[in-house]
Design a protein around this ligand. Structure first.
Ligand code: C2E
Ligand code: MG
Ligand code: MG
Length: 372
């Protein structure tokens, strides 16, 4: 059909089983190692099936539906067989609709960046900011990232969005610097697709130079899944980009730590600067002793490796107390401040520079500007 896509027609099929067995045999044969120049290579296959006349009466329709099912197979981790279903079709249509409006959002400049501070749990000062993308939708208002980032990732739009966030964050930092407030490091979320192309490094280097910022002022957050959970060469490609970014002097943080493979060896190997303990562990820290044990172990390991630990999603004082006791120095969460627009962030940074905070009550007073 073009590229790496093929069509196989099964005639006179008597049962579903015949189809799935037939498709499974194709995948099995594709999986056999091929040796080229002494290197064993392995191919995988993803099969999508449509049935005549159930799924369509024309060739065009049948091919389209087989294609939909094949993408589903790819989404489910490749090397599997999927039958077309109308549910799939509806999901695809919904996705296409969101993708179209996301493209509109980019074009019509409906995207914005909010900032959420990292707080030093000892000194209670702001020690960093995380940039979080927002969609200012004309009808639905401010839409948080978790509602559209997955679709942006699937469709590749995330690359354009990532560049937008990067530009906007540095512009805002420039403005804050001009306004005379001391800057704190800026943390940006990076999607796997942004590392894949290898352009991120030059984009960042150019932007840093044009604004006159030190690379240490930037930190990139990546999830373990994004970094490590795919096959070579894709994973190697990403890790190369990451190593080059690291060489530029940019800091690397692992986001949502504890939810992926959490392989400990890479922490050292990749010279990770920070670990962000996933919100799910922090949430039940006070009541769940296994979460307490996990968090405590992460903090201990990180300390030995001289990696900074940032606790995500702090919503209660008891959590701060426990984290502090365990030796975690930095936290982020609604207790301190919600993500806020750039203007509000400027005020907060101003207050951060001036105030010396004595106790917990005062701390809330400082951050009340950012709550709501
Ligand atoms: P993340 O990087 O782990 O960001 C933290 C998310 O948790 C944010 O949601 C933030 O608003 C929320 N959060 C912070 N503190 C608390 C708390 O105390 N309680 C609760 N319940 N939630 C809290 P948001 O902005 O919706 O972002 C969701 C995810 O979308 C992010 O998770 C990140 O993975 C992704 N994302 C956001 N902005 C970008 C971006 O510019 N690029 C990329 N590639 N991904 C982004
Ligand atoms: Mg993050
Ligand atoms: Mg996170």
């Amino acid at each position: 059909m073009g590229g790496d896509e093929f069509v196989v027609v099964f005639r006179d099929v008597k049962s579903y089983e015949e189809i799935t067995l037939g498709a499974a045999r194709i995948i099995e044969i594709l999986n056999v190692h091929i040796v080229i120049d002494q290197y064993p290579l392995q191919t995988t296959g993803s099969v999508g099936v449509s049935l005549f006349p159930r799924d369509g009466s024309t060739m065009v329709e049948l091919l389209k539906h087989a294609d939909t099912a094949m993408y589903q197979a790819k989404d489910r981790g490749r090397n599997n067989v999927q039958m077309f279903s109308q549910v799939m079709n509806r999901k695809l249509k919904a996705r296409v609709a969101v993708e179209a409006s996301l493209r509109e959002a980019l074009r019509l400049k409906q995207l914005d960046v909010y900032y959420q501070p990292f707080i030093n749990l000892q000194t209670r000062k702001i020690v960093g900011l995380e940039a979080l993308i927002r969609w200012n939708h004309p009808v639905h208002g401010m839409i948080p990232a978790d509602q559209f980032i997955p679709i942006a990732e699937e469709t590749g739009l995330i690359v354009l969005m990532g560049n937008f966030v990067l530009r906007r964050a540095l512009q805002n930092m420039s403005a804050w610097r001009k306004a005379g407030v001391p800057l704190v490091p800026m943390s940006l979320n990076v999607a796997p697709a942004q590392l894949q192309r290898g352009e991120l490094q030059s984009t960042i280097a150019t932007l840093l130079k044009s604004h006159g910022f030190r690379p240490e002022l930037l930190q990139l957050e990546m999830t373990e899944r994004g970094m490590f959970e795919s096959h070579a060469p894709a994973a190697e490609n990403r890790q190369d980009t990451m190593a080059r970014l690291r060489d530029l002097g940019i800091k690397i943080a692992i986001d949502d730590f504890g939810t992926g493979y959490s392989s400990l060896s890479y922490l050292k190997h990749w010279r990770v600067d920070s670990l962000k303990i996933d919100r799910s562990f922090v949430r039940d820290l006070v009541t769940d002793s296994s979460d307490l044990a996990i968090v405590s172990a992460i903090i201990a390991i990180a300390r030995h490796l001289r990696i900074q630990v940032i606790a995500e999603g702090i919503e209660a004082y008891q959590q701060v107390e426990i984290l502090r006791r365990l030796g975690c120095t930095v936290g982020q969460g609604f207790l301190f401040a919600r993500p806020m627009p750039a203007g509000q962030c400027l005020e907060l940074l101003g207050a951060n520079a001036e105030t010396k905070i004595a106790d917990d009550e005062d701390m809330l007073a400082v951050f009340s500007a950012g709550r709501g």
